[in-house]
Design a protein around this ligand. Structure first.
Ligand SMILES: [Zn+2]
Ligand SMILES: [Zn+2]
Length: 255
């Protein structure tokens, strides 16, 4: 009933064709190129790894802290995917798009046969954190909203207070390779009262328990995977704190 009234007062329009009813109509959704394969982290040349492969990476990527990446869509200029993600993160801040986008990721898991219990067993979802400035502007962390929706379907718990952002960073895309690494240095941390300075989280603020990620398989959730530096840095921090393995989940991947 509540949803019915909300739809009546604030009708949704398809971001692709402006048709009334939802943010993404069935026709526009069917045009999406949902990834049918699993790609390595270095997949510029789109080499695929069979779904039954033990390790999610090619030999060149074995030293990376991130074990592998799942993404549902290619991130292309002028494509509806870019529009969906943009409206999810920026004006008009369509937080509700999390449901649509999580649904697309779930479809990718089904297509690539990643919807098995073995994959999600003993795992947790950890959204890539945002700095406080961005949270204040947006009012929410889009990765957390996405993780919440995934959590409902996958029945995997979400932990969003353990991995935290400890400094404001510049957008990675605007920086050269060396600057990117420097930009992210010390940008993330695992919440622990002995490590985190008080100005990061005011005293009395709820702090996460680092024990909750120990020996867990972690799925890091982000909206877009671009250079991969952010996820790699988060994976490094989580692995140092005792996580068993860290995998990435992104709606779309650039390149
Ligand atoms: Zn449409
Ligand atoms: Zn690779």
């Amino acid at each position: 009933m509540k949803q019915f009234l909300l739809d009546l007062l604030f009708p949704k329009f398809c971001l692709g064709c402006k048709r009334e009813g939802s943010y993404l109509c069935e026709d526009c959704r069917s045009l999406l190129d949902i990834t049918q394969f699993y790609y390595c982290l270095c997949s510029r040349n789109h080499q695929t790894i069979p779904p039954n492969e033990k390790y999610g990476k090619c030999s060149r990527c074995q030293n990376k802290k991130l074990s592998g990446l799942y993404f549902a869509l290619p991130y292309k200029e002028g494509h509806i995917t870019k529009k969906l993600i943009y409206k999810f993160k920026y004006k008009p801040y369509l937080k509700d798009l999390a449901k649509t986008l999580a649904g697309i990721l779930i479809e990718h898991f089904i297509i690539t046969q990643k919807n098995t219990d073995a994959i999600w067993k003993n795992s947790v979802l950890v959204p890539v954190p945002l700095d406080k400035k961005k949270i204040k502007i947006r009012g929410y962390n889009q990765s957390e909203e996405l993780a919440k929706e995934l959590s409902k379907v996958l029945q995997v718990p979400i932990i969003s207070d353990v991995l935290i952002k400890t400094k404001i960073t510049s957008p990675q895309m605007e920086l050269k390779k060396e600057a990117r690494e420097k930009n992210l240095l010390g940008a993330f941390a695992v919440s622990d009262s002995s490590v985190i300075a008080s100005e990061v989280r005011p005293l009395g603020d709820e702090r996460g328990n680092p024990e909750s990620i120990k020996n867990k398989k972690i799925f890091l959730v982000d909206d877009v995977y671009t250079t991969g530096c952010t996820m790699e840095e988060c994976a490094r921090v989580l692995r140092d704190a005792g996580a068993k393995s860290v995998w990435g989940i992104a709606i779309a991947r650039e390149g």
